[in-house]
Design a protein around this ligand. Structure first.
Ligand code: PGA
Length: 255
């Protein structure tokens, strides 16, 4: 049974290296006694190295990666470079990258593949931009199929899928979290697509987490009723008190 996974996605925050170190230290000391939750911090690239120097419990994550090794790729940071400083998890396919950087399904597929080939864990974000009606939109399945096309089955047990619809992200105007029972149905849908691709055994091992306006007072419902095995947390991960409380709440939930 995998431990619940909570990933702090700091996006382009905070403003300075000092602030990033302070934030990471406060989170690290707040969660130091909690053994039944895995917590990953994903700061901007710039802050990965200073933070990596003192982390003992928190795991290090990146918000992006380039799929090639080293070479003429201006502005990119490769999986190899991330590995040298101890990054173990990489968020891939976040909706903000698709919107602002025009990241395509093919780029996402290359990133997922490169991460698996080199022993890093992709946190693959999927989710619709808008929702009409209560069915999980087909685009979620299409995103999954495109991202995982041609992937070796042996890797699948390490995959993390984050169900994160754009309309649920706290900074989007009018945002609201997905209802726990809709999160539950999204989990079933994602598992069904994965089963079709890789078979029931491999699909059952994939860790499915939820992201979008997760807070300390709603995270319990996503795990309990939504049957998610973790959360991707943006805004609430920038407030160390709130984030530590959120992780404590998760540690109280039996998954
Ligand atoms: P939010 O962001 O928790 O602020 O909604 C989540 C994310 O975008 O990963």
């Amino acid at each position: 049974m995998k431990k619940p996974l909570i990933i702090a996605n700091w996006k382009a925050n905070p403003a300075s290296s000092q602030d990033a170190i302070l934030l990471a230290k406060r989170i690290e000391s707040g969660i130091s006694k909690l053994r039944n939750v895995k917590v990953v911090v994903a700061p901007p690239y710039l802050f990965l190295l200073p933070i990596s120097r003192f982390l003992k419990i928190l795991k290090l994550g990146a918000q992006n990666v380039f799929w090639e090794d080293i070479g003429p790729f201006t502005g990119e940071v490769s999986w190899r470079q991330l590995k040298t400083i101890g990054v173990g998890y990489v968020i891939v396919g976040h909706s903000e990258r698709k919107i602002y950087l025009k990241e395509t399904d093919e780029m996402i597929r290359k990133k997922v593949n490169a991460l698996f080939e080199h022993g890093l864990v992709p946190v693959l974000c999927v989710g619709e931009n808008k929702r009409e009606g209560s069915d999980i939109p087909e685009i979620v399945g299409i995103q999954l199929k495109n991202a995982l096309r041609g992937l070796k089955k042996k890797y699948i047990e390490h995959l993390v899928v984050a169900y994160e619809p754009l309309w649920a992200i706290s900074t989007v105007p009018g945002a609201h979290p997905v209802k726990a029972d809709d999160v539950f149905r999204a989990g079933l849908y994602i598992r069904r697509i994965l089963t079709g691709l890789f078979g029931e055994d491999a699909a059952s091992k994939v860790q499915i987490i939820y992201g979008g306006s997760v807070r300390k007072d709603n995270v319990g419902a996503f795990l309990n009723e939504g049957k998610m095995v973790g959360a991707l947390v943006g805004g609430a991960s920038l407030n160390p008190d709130e984030f530590v409380e959120l992780v404590r709440e998760v540690s109280r939930v039996r998954v």
